[in-house]
Design a protein around this ligand. Structure first.
Ligand code: FES
Ligand SMILES: [Fe+2]
Length: 345
């Protein structure tokens, strides 16, 4: 689950956050590692976000000064009847974003997020919306709910490139579409030599687990690449924070059309970056109008030609539902037995 942008965590800083009703702290050690711990000190329950400090690789509790190492062991003391240990959560930094593993049953990670090289990309912009929807509600599903691209977003010429596929913990699909820009974007496209105000965009969507969706949009005609992440984090069983994270790859002069190559990149890059962000925010606003009063249906009335959406919902359910009495783990989710059961259900 998404925690924060890595750049937001200076060495020595301790930030509080909440994940599925459980208060946690995230901090960066002197050595630069980012760690996530239970917010409450195991001594007598002081909140480490209220004055806890980082000392070297340890976090120190403000009340009695006990320190805890990166694996949660207490440096100074042992509790009566057992070791005093701060609960730590597996944490990863992927492409400048901090994620921590969340399993209500306390299990260890059974999959990893993909490596992603974001070095050529401009700093992230992030927008967070609180929605009264559960984690199992599929939200931004460009490549699965293909119909909404033409109805809600008014995209033209939508065509599937890579059909929707799933494995135990991830999904993938891609499509092309001609994107009708906002009025400002359309004016810009006309100036750039696209008389209709449209550009063809290739959209590739990779979802890993329930809290990570990467949408990579490529406009080949301008050699533009945009990374968008839709990062849902459960607050309660019925409420999520949806983080929409945006970043454009630095402009490449050789990829720009015609006359633009003669203009300074320092002028063009912020213009393109703002325009791309404006397009994303417009699409996000279109969705927000749908999401703010939406209700999660456990048995939606899907149409005959919506098998991908049916399959996507079944895949999402796999993170919650059980086979027999055991929690569905990665292996179960990928099995024929699992899919037969889910798709029949
Ligand atoms: S409550 Fe944390 S050291 Fe005592
Ligand atoms: Fe959409």
């Amino acid at each position: 689950m998404f925690v924060d942008l890595a750049d937001a965590l200076a060495p020595g800083s301790v930030h509080s956050f909440e994940l599925a009703g459980s208060p946690r702290v995230v901090y960066r050690t002197a050595g630069g590692d980012v760690l996530v711990a239970d917010a409450h000190c195991p001594h007598v329950g002081t909140h480490l976000g209220q004055g806890g400090t980082v000392e070297g690789e340890c976090i120190r509790c403000p009340l009695h000064g006990l320190r805890f190492t990166p694996d949660g062991a207490c440096v100074e003391a042992r509790a009566r009847g057992g070791e005093l240990r701060l609960a730590m959560y597996p944490t990863r930094v992927v492409a400048g974003m901090v994620f921590c593993w969340h399993d209500p049953a306390g299990g260890a990670p059974d999959f990893e997020l993909p490596e992603l090289d974001a070095r050529e990309f401009l700093p992230y912009r992030i927008r967070t919306e609180r929605l009264a929807l559960p984690m199992e509600e599929p939200l931004e599903v460009h490549a699965v709910d293909v119909r909404h691209n033409t109805t809600l977003h008014r995209e033209q010429g939508v065509e599937i490139v890579d059909p929707f596929t799933t494995d135990a913990t991830s999904t993938h699909a891609s499509l092309v579409m001609r994107h009708p820009a906002t009025p400002a974007g359309r004016r810009m496209l006309r100036v750039l030599g696209f008389p209709d105000g449209y550009v063809e965009t290739h959209v590739e969507v990779t979802t890993v687990g329930l809290g990570y969706q990467h949408i990579r949009s490529t406009v080949a005609a301008m050699d533009l690449v945009v990374n968008q992440f839709m990062l849902a984090v459960p607050r309660t069983a019925e409420e999520i924070d949806l983080h929409v994270v945006y970043s454009m790859r630095r402009l490449r002069r050789d990829g720009l059309p015609g006359l633009l190559r003669a203009l300074p990149l320092g002028l063009l890059e912020p213009m393109f970056e703002r325009a791309g962000h404006g397009e994303l925010m417009a699409a996000t606003d279109e969705h927000l109008r749908m999401w703010t009063r939406k209700r999660h249906l456990s048995k939606p009335g899907l149409l005959d030609d919506e098998d991908d959406l049916r399959r996507y919902r079944a895949w999402v359910d796999g993170f919650y539902t059980t086979l027999g009495t055991e929690p569905a783990r990665a292996g179960d989710r990928g099995s024929d037995q699992y899919w037969d059961a889910r798709l029949r259900g």
